[in-house]
Design a protein around this ligand. Structure first.
Ligand code: ADP
Ligand code: MG
Length: 351
């Protein structure tokens, strides 16, 4: 992960403290599974749990923000956003904006045993995470006429574009494709494209490519293997990320990282609550478990990250233990149990 950060990580007695926000839906039970696996391999992580759900109480957002500022790291479930109430804006968006978590990163990779239309997908999706259509500025000028303001700024485009190119270099990637609609949004998306194109000159080892968002959607579903790293403004990034997650098996598989200059928050990539699955022991825990693995890597706990990651991979591939969303009949707890047994066998090799 590129960029200056990590200096604010809370560490006492050799253990990290991370802020946990279980959120709504399946969040709380999934966080429970993450804790079980981390404890099993003695990951040096303490959890400080703070509540933030779709039912706000006075000061809960401040409490969450203080806790993440103190610890430097958070892991979260999604918070339900009611969209029939204009006064209720997304608390997930507010959190990202207040902590200035400006880059969203998803890594979508084909899992060999998971049924999917396409094979060999390996795409890193990097999305501007704070502005654009998510500026939250809307008003009804006169009855029946609404203005929704999309704001883009040079600084914020530059930092996320820089992140994408640096990420590509650090991770041995070959190409960064910038997604835009500069043919219609000539100024806003034009600026995004222009900055990405200019900056590409500083990275001669990385191929520059650009694609209009509608074509990018079509290319994603017809020939996704052509993509390597994708750099996207906020809303297009949201949509394309969900297409990518769908292509590799749906909302239960992919994790997402929200990175700022000094703080990071980890969550499932498609940001679903899975409210309909809560309490039934049927949700796919992979996306959440991978968020936990990402967090361990961020904290520098590579051995712990590797053992959980390899054990989970074995569960999903060699053992083919799948929840119903990816064509199996296993319960959530069976995936977790199998992963624990795999860890038990592997652990001596990871000491
Ligand atoms: P809801 O909150 O109505 O359950 P979401 O928007 O949270 O819906 O999720 C979209 C869809 O993805 C739903 O069908 C949900 O059941 C499914 N889904 C979300 N998370 C998971 C998961 N971890 N495992 C399996 N299916 C999931
Ligand atoms: Mg939901």
């Amino acid at each position: 992960i590129p960029g200056p950060r990590g200096n604010t990580l809370a560490k006492y007695g050799g253990r990290h403290t991370v802020t946990v926000m279980p959120g709504d839906g399946i969040g709380p039970e999934m966080i429970g599974h993450i804790r079980t696996l981390m404890k099993y391999c003695n990951a040096p992580v303490n959890f400080e749990e703070v509540q933030m759900t779709s039912t706000p109480y006075d000061g809960d957002m401040e409490e969450v923000i203080y806790a993440i500022e103190r610890n430097g790291v958070g892991i979260k479930g999604n918070i339900e956003t009611k969209f029939d109430d204009p006064a209720f804006s997304s608390r997930n968006v507010e959190l990202r904006r207040r902590l200035d978590l400006w880059a969203n990163v998803l890594h979508c990779v084909t899992i060999p045993t998971v049924p999917s239309r396409h094979k060999d997908i390996d795409i890193v999706l990097i999305r501007e995470n704070t502005e654009g259509e998510y500026s939250g500025l809307e008003h009804e000028s006169i009855p029946g006429v609404v203005e929704s303001i999309k704001i883009v700024t040079q600084d914020k485009i530059e930092r996320v574009a820089r992140f994408a190119y640096e990420y590509a270099v650090l991770n041995g990637r070959k190409k960064v494709t910038t997604v835009h609609k500069a043919n219609i949004q000539k100024l806003g998306d034009g600026l995004f494209l222009q900055i990405a194109q200019e900056m590409a000159k500083e990275y001669p080892s990385i191929e520059f490519d650009q694609m209009i968002v509608d074509n990018a959607c079509m290319q994603m579903v017809s020939r996704p293997q052509q993509f390597d790293v994708m750099l996207m403004p906020n809303l297009y990034g949201n949509i394309i990320s969900n297409i990518a997650c769908g292509l590799v098996g749906g909302p239960g598989l992919v994790s997402g990282m929200n990175m700022g200059d000094v703080h990071a928050v980890f969550e499932p990539g498609t940001r679903n609550t899975g409210t309909g699955l809560a309490g039934k022991d049927i949700a796919n825990p992979t996306a959440f478990l991978r968020a936990g693995i990402d967090m361990l890597r961020y904290l520098g706990c590579h051995k712990h990250a590797n053992v959980i990651s390899d054990a989970l991979w074995q569960t999903l591939t060699e053992q083919g233990i799948h929840t119903s969303d990816i064509g199996g009949s296993a319960k959530t707890s069976e995936v977790v149990e199998a992963t624990l047994r795999n860890m038990e066998r592997m652990l001596p090799r990871y000491q």
